[in-house]
Design a protein around this ligand. Sequence first.
Ligand code: SAH
Length: 460
Amino acid sequence: MKHFPIFMAIEGRRIVLSGGGDAALAKLRLLMKTQGHITVFASAPAAEIEDWAEAGKLTLIHRALEPGDAMCAALFYAANEDDVEDARVRRLAQADGALANVVDNLQDSQFITPAIVDRDPVTIAIGTEGAAPVLARAIKRDLEEALPARLGTLARIGKAFRHAADALPFGATRREFWSDYYFNAGPKALSDGEEAVRPALDRLLHAHLNKDSRTGFVDFVGAGPGDPDLLTMKARRALDKADVVLYDRLVAPEILELARREAVMIETGKSGFGPSMKQETITALIVDHAQQGSHVVRLKSGDPSVFGRLDEEVDALETHGIAYTIVPGITAASGAAAAMGRSLTRRGKNSALRVLTGHDIDGFADHDWAALARPGSVAAIYMGKRASRFVQGRLMMFGGDPATPVTIVENVSRADQHIIQTTLSALPDATAALTGPAVLLYGLAPRDAIAATLDLEAHA
Ligand code: SAH
């Protein structure tokens, strides 16, 4: 992070801008939303600036900036659209002690102005360190659409109620109250008019004060194969609200970043059947935290119902009478199929898909090898790296064709995703160099166009 975002107290402070053309107009429109005192220096200001000065929105001085003009200014903008003049006024303003920005000149600016979504007092600032203004604008547009225009009103009324809400115990209980207000009771009341909001807040507080002591609950959440864009909305919301997150080692760091900042993060260390916390320890932790009233998110890679020992954890919750939900995720095989450009089933070719593990608690896992070895069968093999020689041996023993295509997709959907196209006969060699999690798709080759790019990579 080369630029650190902060919100500056600007009420009553000086903001000085040099320039009177289009760039100045654009900045002034933004700056006039603040409660700062704006002074503009321009020898030939645009008509709008004259109007704003007349309306008392800013002070206009009809000349170029001189030494001392930016004295005591908190912020200074050089918006002359003239490199030489901008450089001159920037030096003057900095000598006067102001923090200076040169419009469209990242290099010479001490700060940059983000794209802003304004729901005052809720303000969202979006910055890309100058790298992608187009992206910042697109994000701004999305947020503008997503956030109710009247969010600001709710926030203002809510702010005046903060003191009253302090009657609720600090932490999860108070958070629940506010979340109920902003996402449920508040918007509902507001649709009956602004004056309905305060009484609704009173009622809501009363209800929350009289609630039984809080009971915790657990969301089992599928984190998908790695790309945060593959999370479901429900997964995002659960992470947003979590008090405690228990996550498997395979969950991508970018996804952990999305958990509520105050959430307690606990790594359970489970990755396939590698070294890990004992299952009983994990289960006990989930139960403990939920019994203390926490909102626990049990985050599992891919889909929680696929080789995730979900049933064991759910059973424990039922025994203790703890409420839970299950949020499905995209399993590694689905992500791998997408990367290969293939579907997992195909009309007239394979009407079944087997999902199997190379390993289970007892070691290499046994399967109906004869059925798998039959031409046309397709299987997604999880935890198959170390078992690849065993799997190959069994399939060949049961008559599997050595030329059967096998595709290995490592680090599905992550930046370091890697597709390896091989055959049953070469499978053990192909898995030898893998370092990341990988899923094997037996009986499937990547689509030709994708295979061609793999060849190019291999020969590069
Ligand atoms: N619940 C997970 C599977 C957990 S078992 C799911 O639905 O995907 C762990 C195995 O899943 C790994 O050994 C590997 O075979 C597979 N796996 C998990 N994440 C993966 C990823 N990003 N890329 C490739 N394989 C992955």
